[in-house]
Design a protein around this ligand. Sequence first.
Ligand SMILES: Nc1ncnc2c1ncn2[C@@H]1O[C@H](COP(=O)(O)OP(=O)(O)OP(=O)(O)O)[C@@H](O)[C@H]1O
Ligand SMILES: [Mg+2]
Length: 255
Amino acid sequence: MSKIIAIANQKGGVGKTTTAISLAGSLAKFNKQILLIDMDPQGNCGRGMGLDSSILKKTIFDVLVQDNKSDINKIIKHTTTNNVDIIPSNLKLATIESKIQGISRPFYLLRNAIEKITKPYDYIIIDCPPSLGLLNLNALCSANSVLIPVQCEYYAMEAVAQILSSIAKVQQDYNPELDILGFLLTMYDSRIRLATEVTQEIRGLFKEKTFVTQIPRNASIAEAAAVGKPITVFRPTASGSQAYISLAKEILANE
Ligand SMILES: Nc1ncnc2c1ncn2[C@@H]1O[C@H](COP(=O)(O)OP(=O)(O)OP(=O)(O)O)[C@@H](O)[C@H]1O
Ligand SMILES: [Mg+2]
């Protein structure tokens, strides 16, 4: 059975997509088979893996609206990164709520679709949008666990409180198995006092649930996104790449 990890935080720009792509690239180095699913209409996950999301014919949207001609297995695309496949998204996904009116249990659309995937992936990594709507709910209802990137910045704690309350609601109403895989501190810069304060606060509150690995602020990470490759492929020796490899090791060790 694939392990399904949702990368979620409704706060924008905290490193969700970067973490989805970089973790996929890192786990792939350990010979794991990975499927990335982009649940964000921004389509950044596909773009960051080198796909042009504007010209895609079929996306996760077609899977979710249950177009009978859209077999999820045929929408999966290979990427230029070994062992990493992707189901991309684009702006059309933003119209999902109006398209599925009247469908019963709309929060299980993704879960039902994932059950039909035939290739035995080790990990399915879902990149969530920066919101707490239906797309995010579908991701949390499909996942075994949630990885929460926390940017060492202002309002980080408010965002954490909100995502924790959504997770608790999903656990109670829809997906009792959902576990918190861990909090991941991202874009850490030790020269900034606030970064150190946020780090200490998160580690103090969620000691057991915070990854030992912290992701440093690293320019190579943004460059990797621009060339459409995971940092682990683009610049394996960069500090950002090493950090994501170390995150993968933590996750594999906890299996
Ligand atoms: N460790 C890092 N060092 C430097 N830049 C980073 C790092 N992590 C992410 N970034 C950059 O920060 C920006 C936001 O990151 P990312 O897109 O991963 O966040 P997100 O949470 O997915 O955003 P959104 O909420 O819009 O989906 C991107 O331009 C990305 O390249
Ligand atoms: Mg994103």
